[in-house]
Design a protein around this ligand. Structure first.
Ligand SMILES: NC(=O)c1ccc[n+]([C@@H]2O[C@H](COP(=O)([O-])OP(=O)(O)OC[C@H]3O[C@@H](n4cnc5c(N)ncnc54)[C@H](O)[C@@H]3O)[C@@H](O)[C@H]2O)c1
Length: 340
C-alpha cells in the first residue's frame, strides 16, 4: 500500500489534525517514558492516554508527562490518534496489530516482530492499515550515523568492521529471557543490522558462527556479510562484554581512508598517507537527541501530519527481523544464507 493512497483514505475518513496529534503510550517503562517526554515537548502532539499492565507505572508517567491513565487497551484506543508501542519484544506484534485494527497510527519499538512469519503477518497488517507505521530504529537519526552516511555519499566504501556489544542481559530482567526477547540478536544487535542496510545497502549473503557462555542462549556472534553492491563486512556481537566504551563501533575502510564511529559520541575521519584525522563529537549533545530519539519522534508526527512515508517503515522492520533469523539459521545449520 502506498502512503499517498493511505493519506487519501485518512482524509476520506475525515481524520484531520486541526489541533494536536493525541498520543497513547502502551508500556510506560524506560523507553515509554523517553518517547513520552519527547512528545510532551512537541507542540504538535499531546500525551492523551497511557496504559501499562502495572498501573502504578502508568500513574507515575502521567504525573510527569500528563495523559489519562487507562484501565485497558480499548480505553486507550478510544482516547488517542497514534499509539506508541513500548512493551517487551514478544508483545509487539499482537499490540501493534490491534492498534492498526483500531485505525491508529503506530510507532512500534524494535524489534518489529519475533520470527519471520510473525513479521510477515505484521507487515501485511501495517500495509493494509490507514495510518503511518513507523519502527523504532532510532540510530538512523543519531547525528553520528547521519554524518557517516553523508561522508559515505561522497566516497566509495570498500569494507567495514562492525561491533555491537552489551554489558549484560540482566537489566531489565526480561532482557535475559529468550521467551520474551526472542534472543540477544533481537534485543541489541538488531540495531546495527538495520544500520548496515541504511549505510551500505541490501545484503546478498552471510555466514555466521555463534556460541553460548553466560546465558541460556547463544550470546556471542561472529558474522560476515556480503552486500549486493560488492561491499563486505565483519560483525562481532557479545552480550557480556562489559559496558566498555565504545560498546558499538563501525569502522569503514575506503580509498586510503578510515571512518570510525564510537558509540553515538564521536566520528573520526582519517584520510591520506599520513596520520591526519578530523574528529566530530556529539558528546555534549543531550542523550535523547544524540541517540536519535527526538528526531524519530518528530519524524513520526511529521509523517502523520503530512501523510508521508516514515523514514523507517514496516518493511525496514521486517528486513531487520529477516536478518536476525538468517543469522540464527546460519549458526544452527552451518549453512551460508543467500538472499534473493
Ligand atoms: N530503541 C531503543 O533504543 C530502545 C531502548 C530501550 C528499549 N527498547 C525496546 O522497547 C521495549 C521496552 O523496553 P523498556 O526498556 O522500556 O522495558 P521496560 O521493562 O522498562 O518497560 C516495559 C513496560 O511494558 C509494560 N508491559 C509489559 N507487557 C505489557 C502489556 N502487554 N501491555 C501493557 N504494558 C505492558 C511493563 O509493565 C513495563 O512497564 C522493548 O521492546 C525494547 O527492546 C528500545
Amino acid at each position: 500500500m502506498c502512503l499517498d493512497s493511505k493519506a487519501a483514505r485518512r482524509e476520506a475518513a475525515g481524520r484531520t489534525y486541526m489541533d494536536k496529534v493525541r498520543i497513547g503510550i502502551i508500556g510506560t517503562g524506560y523507553i515509554g517514558n523517553v518517547h513520552g517526554r519527547i512528545h510532551s515537548g512537541d507542540e504538535r502532539a499531546e500525551i492523551s492516554a497511557l496504559f501499562d499492565i502495572v498501573p502504578e507505572r502508568a500513574l507515575a508517567a502521567a504525573r510527569k508527562i500528563g495523559g489519562r491513565v487507562c484501565e485497558s487497551r480499548e480505553e486507550l484506543f478510544d482516547n488517542c490518534d497514534a499509539v506508541v508501542v513500548c512493551t517487551p519484544n514478544k508483545t509487539h506484534v499482537e499490540i501493534a496489530t490491534d492498534a492498526v485494527g483500531h485505525g491508529k497510527h503506530v510507532f512500534c519499538e524494535k524489534p518489529f516482530a519475533i520470527g519471520t512469519e510473525a513479521a510477515r503477518g505484521l507487515l501485511a497488517v501495517a500495509d493494509g492499515g490507514n495510518g503511518v507505521f513507523q519502527v523504532g530504529h532510532n540510530r538512523r537519526y543519531a547525528p553520528v550515523y547521519t554524518k557517516l552516511k553523508e561522508l559515505l555519499g561522497s566516497d566509495a566504501a570498500h569494507s567495514a568492521h562492525i561491533k555491537m556489544n552489551r554489558g549484560e542481559l540482566k537489566n531489565p530482567v526480561w532482557t535475559g529471557d529468550v521467551n520474551v526477547t526472542g534472543g540477544f540478536l533481537y534485543e541489541t544487535t538488531i540495531h546495527l543490522f538495520d544500520m548496515m542496510r541504511f549505510q551500505f545497502g541490501e545484503i546478498e549473503e552471510l555466514v555466521a558462527y555463534g556460541s553460548q557462555h553466560e546465558y541460556p542462549e547463544l550470546d556471542e556472534f561472529s558474522v560476515i556479510f556480503k552486500f549486493k553492491n560488492g561491499f563486505h563486512s565483519t560483525f562481532a556481537s557479545s552480550s557480556d562484554a562489559s559496558w566498555l566504551f565504545p560498546f558499538e563501533r563501525i569502522e569503514v575502510f575506503c580509498h586510503h581512508r578510515t571512518i570510525l564511529t564510537q558509540e553515538m559520541e564521536h566520528l573520526i575521519d582519517s584520510k591520506g598517507f599520513d596520520a591526519n584525522f578530523e574528529t566530530h563529537s556529539w558528546a555534549m549533545t543531550e542523550k535523547e537527541e544524540r541517540w536519535g530519539y527526538v528526531q524519530e519522534d518528530r519524524a513520526f508526527i511529521d509523517s502523520i501530519l503530512e501523510g508521508k512515508t516514515p523514514p523507517v517503515t514496516a518493511l525496514d522492520g521486517f528486513r531487520s527481523v529477516e536478518l536476525v533469523e538468517s543469522v540464527y539459521e546460519a549458526i544452527n545449520t552451518g549453512k551460508r544464507i543467500r538472499f534473493d
